[in-house]
Design a protein around this ligand. Structure first.
Ligand SMILES: [Zn+2]
Length: 381
């Protein structure tokens, strides 16, 4: 497989974009590897598979013997695609690792689909010129609308993701802006706790939330209703986001300093309290000081949030989070590789339109560069 990686004719895996998600996507030793294991905590399994790939000659025997979670290894070599798959017993078809070959980036249906079975399988299939290969946990998305080639160009290393898309020169074409009109215009109430991804459920974080009684900063005043314990909540909230108590929606509205609207929890366990507008990126400090540290509407403060990113796909200033009353808005500020948001309960992540604020619901996953953030309630267990 190493010889394929070094061959100049390699086209199938020339560009690899990563679909947002919380499994493991890696590019190593000329192959694209997708492992159906949580992105946090699966490093030993990924390392074992990577070692198997590094072996001289045919990696199949070492991969076959590698213990651990389901995986798919795919290499493209000019005119053919080589797939090695292993599933797990009892995996439902819509959760099985799947390799699909699409005739082109605009094809709606794949012309070949390989699904991982419990047994180790190896398959070589012809790769037509301009074809796109997807490797996903579950059924493949059509390559065009869901995952533009700019989503993330993974050169090497491993990142969290739901799968990978392998593009060749011939399959890359300029694409129009992706329309994302499916976000609800009015976003979050906190009626029900929404399914947090296992990635974030597994993280631990330690962050200081200002005590309710502490002297409020000179932040904006908002109108809302108090729970029995005096926490101010959005007018439409049914339950307190701080303590979970019922909020009586027939109670009169009160005005008070706005409490933190949530926690932004990163995939490495770090967390940020959402109480000011934030500019998130690899190096957003310049941009923030150019704006005098003022938020978008000038009424509040703008805080820089620095994220590390090994993939190089995170822009210096990538994403802005704006607070508008009780609503948190996400704005891609013109990042090079885009921002993808998966609202709670949604199957597929959606790309944020550049410069247009989109309401962000609690429980949403935000995928930017090689990093994932999740918006959570302030309340901690
Ligand atoms: Zn409360």
């Amino acid at each position: 497989m190493t010889s394929q990686a070094e061959a100049p004719a390699e086209t199938g895996a020339q560009y690899t974009s990563v679909l947002p998600g919380d499994r493991v996507v890696a590019r190593t030793h000329g192959a694209v590897l997708v492992v159906d294991a949580p992105a946090v905590g699966a490093s030993a399994e990924v390392a074992a598979l990577s070692t198997a790939l590094a072996a001289q000659g045919d990696p199949a025997p070492a991969l076959r013997a590698a213990p651990g979670p389901p995986f798919a290894v795919v290499t493209g070599s000019g005119s053919s695609v080589h797939a090695l798959l292993r599933g797990a017993p009892d995996t439902l078809a819509d959760r099985a690792l799947t390799v699909a070959v699409f005739e082109s980036a605009t094809a709606a249906e794949p012309r070949l689909v390989l699904r991982a079975e419990a047994e180790f399988v190896e398959r070589v299939a012809p790769l037509p010129r301009g074809a796109v290969v997807t490797v996903t946990v579950g059924p493949p998305p059509p390559p065009g609308p869901v995952c533009g080639p700019t989503a993330l160009h993974l050169l090497r290393g491993s990142v969290p993701g739901a799968g990978a898309v392998l593009w060749s020169d011939d399959s890359l074409r300029p694409q129009g802006e992706v329309e994302t009109d499916v976000f609800a215009a009015d976003a979050p109430t906190n009626e029900e706790p929404t399914g947090a991804s296992p990635l974030f459920a597994a993280t631990e974080y330690d962050v200081e939330v200002p005590a309710e009684g502490a002297a409020p900063a000179a932040g904006p005043l908002v109108e809302g209703r108090r729970c029995a314990f005096g926490h101010l909540n959005a007018p439409r909230a049914g339950y307190c986001t701080r303590c979970g108590a019922l909020v009586d929606r027939r109670a009169p509205l009160e005005t008070g300093p706005r409490p933190p609207l949530g926690l932004l929890v990163a995939d490495d366990g770090s967390a940020f309290v959402v109480e000011n507008d934030m500019l998130i990126g690899r190096d957003p400090v310049d941009q923030v000081s150019r704006r005098g540290g003022r938020s978008f509407d000038g009424a509040g403060r703008l805080h820089p949030v620095v994220l590390q990113d090994r993939t190089g796909a995170l822009s210096r200033a990538h994403l802005e989070l704006r607070i508008d009353g009780w609503q948190l808005l996400a704005v891609d500020v013109g990042s090079a590789n885009g921002t993808w948001v998966r609202p709670p309960g949604a199957v597929a992540p959606l790309r944020l339109p550049v410069g247009r604020p989109v309401p962000l619901a609690t429980g949403s996953d935000i995928h930017l560069g090689g990093r994932i953030l999740q918006l959570q309630d302030v309340a901690t267990a």
